[in-house]
Design a protein around this ligand. Structure first.
Ligand code: AKG
Ligand code: FE2
Length: 277
């Protein structure tokens, strides 16, 4: 029997009573439904080989590799390694890899014309404390905007790029570094639920179309502060064997980098998505 426990008022659910290796179609449909409702779904206590992880991930859609080639699994390029190869040959900490994903709130792949639909992480090693991930509902953020502002933002386009304004592209190979900015609506309609979500983030959204960075800054700053207000969020504490799957079309995440010196290793896959509308 599948049991669903909420992680937060607006977002997040944990699913108990499931072994994803033997999940039948009805069980999978229940997880997918919960995922559309709660946007980040965690299935704890799984025991997965790489093949199990890939097979389960493919039930959600088309697995698509991340543009950062330096952190790909050597035998399974569709898998990104998190928390591996943190030290260079000279023994020094590679800051780009160490800090990967730990740069604050964001949504995965917003710098692409067709951003990732979803991301799935499987925890192989976790610190004894810290290393939690926060999630924020962009449905809740949109719903809580004053109606006037909702109307003014309708049809407004944002400009997004890898690394954002800081242009921090250290994880990319040199040939991939000159990232062409892409444009997305700031309010997007989720293709499966039909709900509206605020679609911009502090890591990738540089400005609004037809406005300079300076002109965009005040409203962008307001929206960025608004969108991750604590009441829109939930917090997830990892254990070895936790499997977490989030929807990049309507949720942001923020991995908390408070476990310096401790191991935190994850296997990660991303799923192909469509053009935001
Ligand atoms: O390590 C985490 O909890 C998430 C890292 C991240 O941002 C990602 O995998 O997209
Ligand atoms: Fe991320």
């Amino acid at each position: 029997m599948i049991q669903v426990h909420r992680l937060g008022k607006q977002i997040g659910a944990e699913i108990h009573g499931v072994d994803v290796r033997t999940l039948d179609d009805a069980g999978f449909a229940a997880i997918y439904r919960a995922w559309l409702d709660y946007n980040i779904v965690v299935v704890p206590d799984q025991h997965l080989e790489i093949e199990d992880f890939m097979r389960y991930s493919r039930r959600f859609g088309v697995v698509h590799p991340h543009p950062s080639k330096s952190t790909r699994h050597p035998e399974h390029p569709e898998i990104t390694l998190l928390g591996v190869n943190k030290f260079g040959p000279d023994g020094a900490l590679d800051q780009a890899i160490y800090r990967r994903g730990a740069e604050g709130w964001h949504t995965d792949g917003a710098y692409d014309a067709e951003p990732f639909k979803a991301t799935q992480l499987y925890a192989l090693a976790v610190p004894s404390h810290g290393g939690d991930t926060l999630f924020a509902s962009m449905y809740a953020a949109y719903d809580a905007l004053p109606q006037r502002l909702q109307q003014r933002l309708e049809g407004v386009t944002g400009v997004f790029t890898y690394g954002g304004r800081r242009k921090a592209t250290a994880l990319l190979n040199p040939e991939d570094r000159d990232w062409t900015p892409v444009r997305h609506p700031i309010i997007r309609t989720h293709p499966e639920t039909g709900r509206k979500a605020l679609y911009l983030n502090v890591a990738h959204t540089v400005r609004f179309k037809d406005m300079t960075v300076a002109e965009s800054a005040p409203i962008l700053r307001y929206l960025i502060q608004h969108q991750t207000r604590p009441e829109f969020t939930c917090r997830f504490r990892w254990e070895v064997g936790s499997l977490a799957f989030w929807d990049n079309r309507c949720a942001q995440h923020n991995p908390i980098n408070d476990y310096h010196g401790h191991r935190r290793v994850m296997h990660r896959v991303t799923l192909a998505g469509d053009k935001p509308r």
